[in-house]
Design a protein around this ligand. Structure first.
Ligand code: ADP
Ligand code: ADP
Ligand code: MG
Length: 642
């Protein structure tokens, strides 16, 4: 095994690789750009080397600087993660020329799969079914249009150098072909410096099912399939393993085809063979076709880890360091079901625009795996992929794993940036998805309902109203609210108006239109309408966030402003009708904020009335034994000196 490796990446995947390296006792070197000097992956690694400016071209894509950093720190091998240099065969050659090990396949294997047309030709030869279509060299528009006619519409135009869904156009009718071709070629030229395209039959009711493979350079095994059909614009959103409805016959056929593909190119390390599947008539062993091979670790590898119990990064390090494949095919077992949801900083209502921000609050739930590159206080910068985390759940059945995913998404708390969390939650609750009826068109068909901003749970809105009324302020960790506040508040928040009636410290009734929520602080958590709500009020600088089922964020008004205005010179009011049991102060006495002033007995409970601020008692307007109405002034403090 290596003693020390360098990770040529950032974010969650760099952190993920460091975790497994540490487990194996391998020392780690991180690299970072100016934008990432304080990033999580840098903090986690044993050493870190600065490699350049924030633009990927000035740092994470600079193979020379990365190799120099590896040599300078004495690292023996480089793990490329995904994206960046992970599928760049020139980088692999440069790494090897420098006497280092590339943790991944050979340059020739990457080249064989690098262009989709050549890869398809190779796979045909290896007896792997490929999507019917034209993947020849003739790029004459008329020739390509003729090929599309022969294939039969609808067709898909794909950039041969494509990736990330770029340079791809679906064409439904012959009259649209020429324009679509031109725009696909233009996009391909800009994105990949290569305008060449291929034409494919557009598969009906398409499902994206991919097979995880692992090779040692001679032979390969597979670790079952992942279904990545939940896509938006050809980008994966939620992935799962195994594929819903998968049959043993189809799994065997796909696994064998994937292993054949890997062995045909002498594949070494972790790779993924992506297939497109015609799901119009269930899953059938003769209805899957090779699309492409990704010669790296895939973003969604954790679902495979969850169902096999195998650490794929550990396998990568073992095989790259010269060990044999850690397990034979028949020793690899599938257990249960797993999901992964990709949590992004993005503005869903604005059309899924990437967003940025400093994550003033970030919390992942227990009971789920969260792979992340950020900590609370970290910033999602405009320079890189805006992924915040991947949330992964596992369970003995698909239904259980999915309900765990829903719970995990509900329990995920992010403040400081807009996110796609509620979109992911809506997807996780989608009925067709719950039945396993997935295809790559699902999200687009139901986009409106999936992106409609659902009102957060009543408990969340009610606590937001308390926060906005200043009632959740003060006191340690939202311990309750002080009684300087007036008894009735009307607050207007984004989307609703609420009436808040204070009943006692830590106890209020909130009316939101025709709904009513009685909120009570019970040993550190909020109960709403007699049940523990799970909702939490989280103050962050300048803002307040409420998390529960759904989240709500708003600007904080300065509680001091409100306090002086509401306290009207330090009046303590009776929060509810009751009996004054005790009075602890007399005129002229100085008190500190929080000191006990009196006790009121109401609703069979004693309520301590505390001073809202430091001051001197001016008047005591009640006495023990008095029956008082709600809102009656009980104790007045002297005006504060300016
Ligand atoms: P996958 O199938 O694993 O999602 P794709 O083939 O769609 O991968 O995309 C290529 C990979 O490059 C993805 O893992 C994606 O997250 C990653 N990637 C794309 N853009 C960036 C970026 N700016 N920074 C880091 N990684 C990126
Ligand atoms: P990329 O390199 O951008 O990942 P792929 O060839 O893997 O490109 O295709 C991306 C996505 O486009 C697939 O996951 C699938 O949803 C869709 N797709 C690709 N080929 C077809 C096809 N022939 N028919 C239907 N959908 C397809
Ligand atoms: Mg792909």
């Amino acid at each position: 095994m290596f003693k020390k490796i360098l990770i040529a990446n950032r974010g969650e995947i760099a952190a993920r690789v460091i975790d497994s390296a540490r487990k194996l006792g391998v020392a780690t070197v991180a690299v970072y750009s100016d934008a990432d000097a304080t990033a999580r992956h840098v903090a986690m690694a044993d050493e870190a080397v600065h490699i350049g400016g924030p633009r990927p071209a000035d740092s994470y894509l600079r193979g020379d600087a990365i190799i120099a950093a590896a040599i300078a720190t004495g690292a023996e091998a480089i793990h490329p993660g995904y994206g960046f240099l992970s599928e760049n065969p020139d980088f692999v050659e440069a790494v090897e020329k420098a006497g280092l090990t590339f943790i991944g396949p050979s340059a020739s294997a990457i080249r064989a799969m690098g262009l989709k047309d050549a890869a398809k030709a190779l796979m045909e030869q290896a007896g792997v079914p490929v999507v019917p279509g034209y993947h020849g060299a003739n790029q004459d528009p008329e020739h390509l249009a003729g090929a599309a006619d022969t294939i039969g519409y609808p067709v898909l135009i794909k950039a041969v150098a494509g990736g990330g869904g770029k340079g791809m156009r679906l064409v439904e009718r012959p009259q649209d072909f020429a324009a679509a071709l031109e725009s696909a070629q233009g996009e391909a030229r800009t994105a990949f410096g290569n305008p060449a395209v291929l034409i494919e039959k557009y598969v009906q009711k398409p499902r994206h099912i991919e097979v995880q493979v692992f090779g040692d350079g001679a032979s390969a095994v597979h670790l079952f399939e992942r279904d990545c059909s939940l896509q938006r614009r050809h980008q994966k959103v939620i992935e799962e393993a195994p594929a819903p409805g998968m049959t043993e016959a189809m799994r065997a056929a796909m696994g064998q085809a994937a292993v054949r593909a890997a062995e045909a190119i002498g594949y070494k390390g972790a790779g993924t063979v992506e297939f497109i599947v015609d799901g119009s008539d269930g899953l059938r062993a003769d209805r899957f076709w090779f699309m492409e091979m990704n010669t790296r670790l895939q973003v969604e590898h954790p679902v495979t880890e969850a169902i096999t119990g195998i650490d794929l990064v550990e396998w990568q390090l073992r095989v790259a360091s010269g060990e044999p494949l850690p397990a034979a095919q028949d020793a690899i077992r599938l257990s249960g079901h797993a999901f992964e949801a990709r949590l992004y900083a993005e503005d869903v209502p604005a059309g899924f625009l990437p967003a940025t921000g400093t994550l003033s609050h970030l919390r992942f739930p227990e009971g789920a795996r969260a792979d992340t590159g950020v900590r609370p206080g970290d910033t999602i910068s405009p320079w890189y992929d805006p992924m915040i985390a991947k949330i992964i759940t596992h369970g003995p059945t698909r239904a259980i794993a999915l309900s765990r995913l829903r719970a995990a998404l509900e329990g995920t708390e992010v403040a400081g940036s807009v996110t796609n969390l509620s979109f992911l939650g809506a997807l996780a609750r989608h009925e067709g998805f719950a039945r396993g009826e997935v295809d790559t068109g699902l999200i687009a068909r139901d986009l409106d309902s999936l992106t409609r901003a659902a009102a957060p749970d009543l408990s969340v809105r009610a606590l937001a109203a308390l926060g906005a009324a200043g009632l959740a302020e003060g006191g340690g960790a939202m311990a309750g609210f002080a009684l300087w506040a007036p008894l009735l508040h009307t607050v207007t928040l984004d989307g609703f108006t609420a009436q808040v009636q204070v009943l006692a410290p830590g106890h209020a009734r909130v009316r939101i239109e025709d709904e009513e929520a009685e909120c009570r602080r019970v040993s550190g958590s909020w109960w709403v309408n007699g049940r523990p709500s799970g909702a939490r009020i989280v103050p962050t600088p300048g803002r307040i966030s409420v998390f529960g089922p759904g989240a709500f964020h708003f600007e904080r008004t300065d509680p001091l402003d409100r306090r002086s205005e509401a306290a009207g010179g330090g009046l303590t009011l009776s929060p509810m009708p009751g009996l004054v049991k005790a009075v602890f102060v007399s005129p002229g006495q100085t008190v500190k904020a929080g000191d006990r002033l009196a006790v009121l007995e109401a609703m069979k409970m004693e309520h301590t009335l505390a001073a809202a601020r430091d001051g001197t008692v001016a008047e005591v307007l009640t006495s023990p034994g008095s029956q008082v109405e709600a809102g009656v002034a009980l104790i007045r403090l002297e005006e504060e000196q300016a």
